[in-house]
Design a protein. Structure first.
Length: 104
């Protein structure tokens, strides 16, 4: 049986982190809330790493403008590289067929 993935709201995550900070016992808080302790620890790391962009929802990481530009440039580079490889193969095919037709 496949388990359905649970999603938690930003408010739930923030309250869980506040509760774990006040009580100091993450395992106990996780048990009360019905989540794994590892999840609360991950939420802590996310919040500490970037408080303004944490908990974007649905597993989608929110990116800074620089990260968005970097991702766009990487995609563009991959597209251009693929186009170049296709053109190289086409040149090879056409030049091979030219050699065969002139040798006849």
């Amino acid at each position: 049986m496949k388990e359905t993935r649970r999603s938690y709201s930003k408010e739930f995550k923030q309250k869980a982190l506040e509760l774990s900070k006040v009580r100091g016992n993450v395992v106990e808080v996780a048990g009360e809330l019905g989540v794994r302790a590892e999840l609360i620890y991950r939420w802590r790391r996310e919040l500490k790493a970037n408080p303004t962009l944490s908990f974007s929802g649905n597993g989608n990481k929110q990116l800074t403008p620089e990260e968005k530009e970097l991702a766009r440039l990487k995609k563009e580079l991959a597209d251009v590289t693929m186009e170049r490889d296709i053109l190289k193969k086409a040149v090879g095919i056409f030049s091979a067929s030219d050699r065969r037709s002139t040798n006849s």
